[in-house]
Design a binder for this molecule. Structure first.
Ligand SMILES: Cc1cc2nc3c(=O)[nH]c(=O)nc-3n(C[C@H](O)[C@H](O)[C@H](O)COP(=O)(O)OP(=O)(O)OC[C@H]3O[C@@H](n4cnc5c(N)ncnc54)[C@H](O)[C@@H]3O)c2cc1C
Length: 458
């Protein structure tokens, strides 16, 4: 076992939107931050060969439920935001307020801090336009969706959002990680945290595997941000049982149709959408890279359709699923969709068929299901207090796992706001306890004396 020599103000585990946001804000305030990230930090190339090992490795980044529904996350710096569609849905302010969590100020700050806005006319491709116009003509409340995109860098006729935008146009949590590193934070990649080190019911550090060795790192505050699947696993190993049950993953399904003359299948996905809050359904256009479409078509044995790409308009239906299920010890998602969940998906698919037919589509068919937002595994109000603190002092959680209720909408704006709020709270706590920012650097050779030095028991 090896120990890092520095004692950090904060150790952040995971660099997705939740973790990157806390790390960036703490480092801005002069805190000494260590980010431990299981995945790599290679520059994004927009290549499927780069994304497959990071987002489609069974048992690591893709898990199959008993109904063979694939739940995806990305194991890399920036987490799933590297492959996400960059759609910015407003945080559920009222729902969170019920739990004593008011992020209205932070949500407004995030809006100023990252690019959020609907796509310009130039970037709205033919597919999304047809979806929007057809839905509006049928009386649906369809509109352009807010995107986390630097539009001056975004390109028309490109479909690389899902492969990790190589043009620097799609905002991802990597933008915040880069800023944190510029502010002096450190990051160790390929560091898989296994548990939190706890003494006298207070977190003092973490234990992680890196290059086949076990290390310990010490910090005044520990923030677990390993995502909806990763965080409960770490907490269970650390003496907090009961996490990782009764969660959501926002199941989704695609409905495809062929519109003669539509043209290229390339577009920014989720450019426009319709939300049915009462039904728990959201529906959007969803152009995807051709290879992805081939894989999804083969999953439902549509071999001939798999090779059609030009003129095809895919629509995605995402629903709010009821809370249930278990994250297994090995990180597999064990959850079956209930009757209501399936009805919601079918109702959404009917809306999509109507919109496609009205747009003149033929060859309309439905694909298989996926889940892309595992969350609610370490809930506020059940495992965490309103400051995102666990039962152990100095141990916090900040990622999709903290969402206390099923919700069914893309969560990134909410997670960035929660991260911002947590960073403010941690800084305020430091002030109350009389700490002044940087902590002294403690050299810890690996012997008993250093253990005493660290714990102050000399
Ligand atoms: C295909 C797809 C499209 C999406 N589209 C949208 C969208 O348009 N809009 C939106 O708002 N949301 C979208 N999402 C969801 C969004 O990306 C996630 O909800 C968000 O990234 C979750 O952030 P997080 O901080 O909870 O965790 P994650 O992003 O999952 O990050 C967790 C990080 O922790 C690391 N990690 C895990 N375990 C460990 C460990 N033991 N030790 C160290 N590190 C660990 C992971 O490698 C990862 O970097 C999409 C997701 C997918 C998969």
């Amino acid at each position: 076992m090896k120990s890092l020599k520095t004692e950090y103000d904060a150790i952040v585990v995971g660099s997705g939107p939740g973790g990157a946001s806390v790390a960036r804000d703490l480092s801005r305030r002069g805190k000494k931050v260590l980010i431990l990230e299981w995945g790599d930090n290679d520059p994004l190339k927009g290549k499927v060969t780069q994304i497959i090992p990071r987002a489609f490795t069974p048992g690591k980044s893709i898990s199959f439920t008993p109904q063979m529904l694939g739940v995806i996350r990305a194991i890399t710096t920036g987490g799933s935001s590297v492959i996400y569609c960059a759609t910015a849905f407003d945080p559920p302010l009222e729902m969170l307020k019920k739990y004593g969590v008011d992020i209205s100020a932070e949500a407004a700050e995030v809006r100023e801090d990252v690019p959020i806005g609907p796509l310009s006319d130039t970037l709205m491709a033919a597919g999304p336009r047809h979806f929007l116009e057809s839905a509006q003509a049928l009386g649906y409340d369809a509109h352009r969706l807010n995107k986390f995109i630097f539009q001056d860098k975004c390109r028309t006729n490109c479909q690389l959002c899902s492969y990790g935008c190589p043009h620097g146009a799609k905002w991802s949590a990597r933008n915040f990680v880069d800023e944190a590193l510029e502010n002096g934070a450190e990051m160790i990649n390929f560091a898989k945290v296994e548990k939190v080190l706890v003494e006298n019911r207070a977190a003092i550090g973490v234990e992680y595997r890196h290059e086949k060795e076990t290390f310990q790192a010490y910090g005044s505050k520990i923030v677990i941000a390993a995502g909806g699947i990763g965080s409960p696993l770490i907490l269970r190993q650390s003496g907090i049982p009961g996490t990782g049950y009764n969660f959501f993953f926002d199941p989704l399904v695609f409905v495809y149709g062929r519109i003669k003359g539509l043209g290229s299948g390339k577009a920014v996905p989720m450019s426009a959408g319709v939300h049915f809050p009462d039904d728990g359904i959201v529906m959007t256009d969803f152009n995807m890279p051709h290879l992805m479409k081939i894989l999804f078509d083969l999953e439902v044995l549509k071999v001939r359709k798999a090779f059609a790409y030009t003129d095809v308009l895919p629509i995605m239906i995402k629903v709010r699923d009821d809370l249930s299920g278990e994250i297994t010890k090995r990180g597999w998602v064990r959850k079956s969709l209930g009757r209501q969940d399936k009805l919601r998906l079918e109702k959404g698919a009917d809306h999509a068929r109507r919109i496609l037919s009205n747009a003149g589509a033929t060859d309309i068919y439905r694909g298989w299901m996926f889940g892309a937002h595992p969350g609610g595994t370490v809930k506020i109000g059940e495992h965490l207090d309103a400051d995102l603190k666990t039962v152990f002092d100095n141990l916090y959680v900040c990622d999709c796992s903290v969402i206390p209720e099923e919700w069914g909408l893309p969560p990134t704006w909410t997670l960035l706001s929660l991260g911002r709020r947590l960073a403010k709270h941690l800084v305020a706590e430091d002030k109350v306890s009389g700490k002044t920012g940087f902590q002294p650097v403690v050299v810890m050779p690996e012997n008993e004396e250093s253990q005493e030095l660290r714990t102050g028991s000399m």
